[in-house]
Ligand binder design. Structure first.
Ligand SMILES: Cc1cc2nc3c(=O)[nH]c(=O)nc-3n(C[C@H](O)[C@H](O)[C@H](O)COP(=O)(O)OP(=O)(O)OC[C@H]3O[C@@H](n4cnc5c(N)ncnc54)[C@H](O)[C@@H]3O)c2cc1C
Length: 381
């Protein structure tokens, strides 16, 4: 059973009320439009969702991993495309600056996330560097008090609406991961272009794009953290943010379960509601069990992290399990809906498409297994 504090319960209620009122009624249209929903972003900012995990000294409401996963799960329960946007801001973009930025960078690039007009994006993946992100090829060449950035990124969420981009690039390929630094690149930088990638099957509102850098000049003052620590720092952020993906998966699975239970109570076959057939009851029971297990693993990882204890293996376990649970639960949800679940416009077909990404981004299921196995073999419990 989860033991949430009074303030965590308040965040849960705020996020749930917001999701039900603002997101759920528009989920179907948002899933069709392929437009970055700036108005919803602004509404999330207004209610304080963008300040979760941000130090009150920098305009946020504080909190840690637990507050973040609570909010992300609730938003994804209404629509995961918007939940992904929130997770990119408070799970990836914000934490990079919170943890590794200096005071001036926090003022310029973090405070306006909750109190201004800033929209963030996180650019690590490249055409030749996905699961092995350390193979990235974008270069940052020192020239006086600037870096000159060249290269490209692919599959970057929120890029369509983003004003600021966290970009990983290498200063010296021969140094491998130790040559990777993190740069803050404003959207209006000369030589920086963004090209939308259309045709994505799920989390459609989170819009995805390629980024191209052609001799983009970035001041050294925009480097986040030490030059040779960029990759290590990004991995540390990803260790926590993958709990956010586990929370996305849990929200999607819960949504598919909610819709299936309602459908099974209303739809009849053989003269009785579906829910009276034991075969359907068994599916619902197993779906609910997997949703609960996914949530508990995710909260366990977040609680360890918030208590300052080792959490890396548990974070990977939560993402691996929750993502696979979401895919499984969404598949059963379509089954319970029969033909009605196979058409666009039903909640469960959207969950079915949205669930799949949680097995892919921020470290695929295979990458999580590699990380868990590494910890086991090293003897970390
Ligand atoms: C919709 C969407 C949004 C995204 N948003 C962002 C974003 O905002 N920022 C960002 O930086 N990236 C983003 N990504 C990129 C995402 O993180 C990568 O797609 C992911 O890390 C996998 O990389 P890849 O696609 O290159 O697959 P690959 O690395 O080519 O992997 C292909 C397959 O091989 C498997 N595989 C690879 N290596 C091994 C191994 N050693 N052992 C066993 N199996 C292996 C993988 O698990 C996978 O199944 C996004 C991707 C998508 C699709």
């Amino acid at each position: 059973m989860l033991h949430l504090t009074e303030s965590q319960l308040q965040i849960q209620k705020m996020a749930r009320d917001f999701a039900n009122k603002v997101i759920a009624p528009r989920a179907l249209k948002l899933d069709e439009s392929e437009e970055f929903p700036l108005d919803i972003f602004e509404s999330m900012r207004e209610v304080g969702l963008m300040g979760i995990g941000v130090d009150p000294a920098h305009g946020g409401s504080g909190g840690g991993a637990t507050e973040t996963i609570i909010a992300v799960e609730e938003i994804c329960r209404a629509y995961a495309g918007i939940g992904t946007i929130l997770a990119v801001q408070i799970g990836l973009y914000g934490p990079v600056i919170s943890r590794f930025g200096n005071e001036a960078q926090k003022k310029a690039f973090l405070e306006p996330l909750n109190n201004g007009k800033l929209v963030g994006a996180f650019g690590l993946t490249e055409p030749n560097a996905g699961s092995d992100a350390s193979a990235l090829e974008s270069t940052a060449t020192r020239k006086g008090d600037k870096y000159v950035l060249n290269g490209s990124k692919t599959f970057i969420s929120c890029a369509d609406g983003a004003t600021h981009f966290i970009i990983a690039a290498t200063t010296d390929k021969s140094k491998g991961s130790k040559g990777i630094c993190i740069l803050m690149v404003p959207r209006n930088s000369k030589g920086f272009t963004i090209k939308r990638q259309h045709g994505k099957i799920g989390i459609i509102a989170s819009t995805t794009a390629e980024l191209f850098f052609d001799n983009v000049e970035v001041p050294i003052a925009n480097r986040i953290g030490e030059e040779d620590q960029g990759y290590k720092n990004l991995l540390q952020v990803l260790e926590v943010s993958r709990m956010g993906v586990a929370a996305q998966a849990t929200g999607i699975a819960q949504s598919a379960l909610d819709a299936s239970l309602a459908w099974a109570q209303q739809r009849k076959s053989f003269k009785v509601p579906l829910v009276q057939h034991q075969g359907i009851q068994f599916m619902l029971a197993e779906m609910a069990t997997r949703v609960e297990a996914a949530r508990l693993l995710t909260h366990q990882a977040a609680a360890l992290r918030d208590a300052g204890k080792p959490f890396s293996k548990e974070s990977s376990m939560a993402k691996l399990f929750a993502a696979e649970a979401a895919m499984w639960v969404a598949t059963k949800a379509v089954q319970i809906h029969g033909g009605y679940g196979y058409f666009k416009g039903s909640i469960v077909e959207r969950c079915f498409r949205d669930a799949k990404i949680t097995e892919i981004y921020e470290g695929t299921s295979e990458v999580q297994k590699m990380l868990i196995a590494k910890r086991l073999i090293e003897g970390n419990r």
